[in-house]
Design a protein around this ligand. Structure first.
Ligand code: BGC
Length: 387
């Protein structure tokens, strides 16, 4: 396959430039720093833990610069991803251009354009919107700059060489299986009332989370053990643009007032991640007085771990961003050294131009019983972070 020997891309970059040409004539103005408009949200608390920089095994990459394009500082996880990547890349000897794009697609495009123009050797990109980067990444390809899609697959461009993420489908399965076990759905009669809150339709991960959970729960829906009083269940209806807490909250408030104000019991809130879960929890606090439902999440953000401890969220899925960052730094070294790049999945993630060789890290179930071991003993958070 065309991505098998990436080293070739580097050595024949000039040929590639001649063949491919520049897709985007109107290069956006360069943005060199964090846009002033972006204010980290209250929940984006910085964890005490700083990445301890395990050195990558690559040979010293003197003078190489790596561009790291992150979506937003609003959500805690991207702050951690960015700082872990920066610390590990610097410890491995790279110069780093780390940019956050305030969840603005045009800002991300211009930041990437600037990374290309300023001589980055590799780009690591967590896309805001899966389909919005084709043109700018064609420019990267023309310049012979390999692109690693970070956490979120970038769609419909053959400029993406590799993808590193967590097993997104498994995240959803973990949420669904938790619900099956917590309600003993194989034995219980039900019916249990469920409402679903999914992720950003512009994020390729979101349907994976949704499908993993819904595939696990579908047999129980078919058997009438789970019902969805709002009737809102298909992905297009339950999605949350930009994963916004406020959007998830107002949608849930409407669902609660239309379907549960008469005292109907809500048993399950399936939420794809922690930011949407937080919105649902806010809506429950303000608009629901019945027995508290099961509420799922993903990421183990500090606000959500606190809520797990307080009983407002039942579980989360821990995706150790240190692991992902280490893997990506390793990939960067392997690419730049012309070595074989370590991947563990060559079937799942087709971005519309073919399957992108991927490395999937393991997501881990988390709840109030195991968070100490997972999050504190591992040094991810301190006790103080969670108070
Ligand atoms: C990530 C999740 C995150 C969500 C919102 C997804 O692409 O995989 O971990 O919760 O984006 O930022």
């Amino acid at each position: 396959m065309k991505r098998k020997v990436l080293g070739m891309v580097l050595t024949v970059s000039m040929v590639a430039a001649a063949l491919v040409g520049c897709g985007g004539g109107d290069a956006a103005p360069a943005a060199t720093s964090e846009p002033a408009a972006e204010a980290p949200a209250a929940e984006a608390e910085a964890p005490a833990e700083e990445a301890e920089a395990p050195a990558a095994d690559a040979a010293a990459p003197t003078g190489k610069k790596v561009g790291v394009s992150m979506p937003t500082k609003d959500l805690q996880r991207w702050n951690q991803d960015g700082s872990n990547m920066q610390a590990e890349l610097e410890a491995a000897g790279y110069e780093v251009d780390l940019q956050y794009a305030s969840n603005q697609e045009e800002t991300q495009v211009s930041q990437i354009e600037n990374m290309i123009n300023s001589g980055c050797s590799v780009l690591v990109v967590a896309a805001i919107e899966a389909n919005s980067l084709s043109t700018v990444l064609e420019n990267a390809k023309s310049a012979g700059i390999p692109v690693i899609a970070y956490d979120r697959l970038i769609m419909n461009t053959d400029a993406v060489a590799y993808y590193a993420t967590f097993d997104n489908y498994k995240v959803g399965v973990t949420q669904g299986q938790y619900i099956v076990d917590a309600l003993d759905l194989d034995n219980a009669e039900g019916p249990f009332n469920m409402e679903v809150t999914a992720g950003d339709p512009g994020d390729n991960n979101a349907p994976f989370f949704y499908n993993g959970a819904m595939d696990t729960l579908q047999p129980y829906i078919d058997a009438g053990k789970i019902v969805i009083p709002s009737g809102q269940v298909d992905f297009a209806t339950v999605g949350t643009p930009k994963w916004a807490t406020e959007t998830a909250q107002s949608r849930m408030e409407n669902i609660l007032s239309s379907n549960y104000a008469d005292g109907t019991k809500l048993d399950i809130c399936l939420c794809s991640n922690d930011s949407t879960s937080l919105g649902v929890q806010n809506a429950l606090a303000a608009n629901y007085t019945g027995d508290y439902p099961i509420v799922t999440g993903q990421d183990c953000d500090i606000a959500n771990v606190k809520n797990m401890i307080a009983g407002k969220q039942s579980m989360s899925v821990f995706k150790d961003t240190r692991t992902l960052a280490s893997q990506v730094v390793k990939m960067v070294g392997q690419i730049l050294n012309g070595e074989e790049v370590e991947v563990n999945d060559t079937t799942t993630y087709d971005n519309g131009t073919g399957v992108i060789p991927s490395y999937l890290c393991e997501p881990v179930f988390a709840d109030a019983n195991n968070y100490k071991e997972l999050l504190i003993d591992s040094g991810y958070y301190t006790e103080a972070d969670l108070q």
